[in-house]
Design a protein around this ligand. Structure first.
Ligand code: BEZ
Length: 359
């Protein structure tokens, strides 16, 4: 019997009269994303398949905002509170958002078989080009938390020309030293995986306060049907290599970076150290009380937010903080927040909610 052969059928779409192939590609992408209000896709990569969810309508020549979540979470539990926050709407409506789920973290993900080799964080970063290729985006603004921040920083080191900006929340760019390993092993003797992950996500103070938020996340992680997968991502995080940033050296982030750390966050020292190793003219360092507003400044510094979109308060602050950021939305690589390191603290709110630019 003749063997069945797999035949690849490629749909040929005729160009409209006068349409360039580039315009046709853009139109096809726009059509694909127009249908994509929270549509989940999977693509195959050299390290297995990766799932991502797309929101928003593409605007010509704009990067996508690409997010990567932390351990114990998925894109929804990590980013929904931020992206559905009222003040964020005026920002995100200008961008397509591509929310990547680490393998096995997507809703309904089956548990990986025993012995499955979970990708390292470096390999997770190497999966991102397949996502961008699928969506036909050539550049991104990355927003990552914890392990996701590390993955996006690694991606930016490997593909600097495709990253226009990075918002890195609670990043720890260092591999675990032997002291950290000893502490990790000791904690592992008395704590379950969910408790260890909660200790990574929240400060001891927050955990002992046991607020509704903590109870919610404790419940999500403890009862996650894919807890075994979560443990694999956790192991990859704990086995991460050093990013080896060096200020003024070859290994550094070349795009504008907004480093964010929570008050008393478990990684506060690591983020402070990271800030000391990055280019001060490209890096802003702040605490999160005013994250949304800071994000607006950050995008405006890159020429992506017209000042008319900003609050009156934001506008007056920005006017005094921005040197060459355009107000009409034209792109420029000028910085907004880094200027404020000269003027010190930006705004004062309740204690612990000060948007602080330091180092
Ligand atoms: C978004 O609009 O980008 C979004 C919506 C729901 C969850 C997370 C993000």
């Amino acid at each position: 019997m003749a063997e069945l052969q797999e035949v690849q059928i490629t749909e040929e779409k005729p160009l409209l009269p006068g349409q360039t192939p580039e315009a046709a590609k853009e139109a096809e992408l726009a059509a694909r994303i127009l249908l994509d209000q929270g549509q989940t896709h999977s693509v195959e990569t050299p390290y297995g398949s990766v799932t991502f969810t797309v929101y928003g309508t593409p605007k010509p020549k704009r990067p996508a905002i690409l997010t990567y979540h932390d351990v114990g979470l998925n894109y929804k539990s990590c980013f929904q509170p931020l992206f559905q926050f009222e003040d964020m709407q005026e920002i995100i409506q200008n961008f397509v958002r591509v929310h990547v789920d680490a393998p096995g973290m997507e809703e309904g993900a089956p548990v990986f078989p025993l012995g499955y080799q979970y990708p390292s964080l470096d390999q997770l970063a190497d999966m991102i080009p397949c996502v961008l290729q699928y969506l036909n985006f050539s550049t991104i603004i990355g927003v990552g938390v914890g392990a996701g921040a590390y993955i996006l920083a690694r991606y930016a080191l490997n593909h600097p020309d495709t990253v226009e900006g990075l918002v890195l929340i609670n990043i720890d760019p260092n591999a675990k030293g032997w002291m950290d390993w000893a502490a990790h092993k000791l904690t592992g003797l008395t704590s379950s995986i969910p408790e260890m992950i909660l200790g990574h996500l929240f400060s001891q103070e927050e955990l002992s306060g046991n607020s509704e938020l903590i109870q919610k996340y404790r419940n999500i992680i403890t009862h996650a049907p894919n807890l075994d997968n979560i443990e694999l991502y956790w192991n990859s995080y704990n086995n991460r290599r050093d990013l080896n940033f060096e200020r003024g050296g070859d290994i550094t982030l070349r795009c504008p970076v907004m480093l964010v750390v929570g008050d008393q966050a478990p990684h506060e020292d690591a983020v402070v150290e990271c800030n000391s190793k990055l280019d001060p003219t490209q890096t802003s360092f702040l605490k999160p009380g005013k994250l949304t507003e800071a994000f607006k400044y950050f995008l405006q510094g890159m020429g992506y937010m017209a000042s008319s979109c900003m609050t009156r308060l934001s506008r007056s602050r920005t006017a005094s903080l921005t040197s060459a950021a355009s107000v009409d939305g034209n792109r420029s690589r000028s910085r907004t927040l880094s200027q404020s390191s000269e003027s010190g603290t930006l705004s004062s709110g309740p204690p612990g909610h000060t948007m602080e630019v330091s180092c």
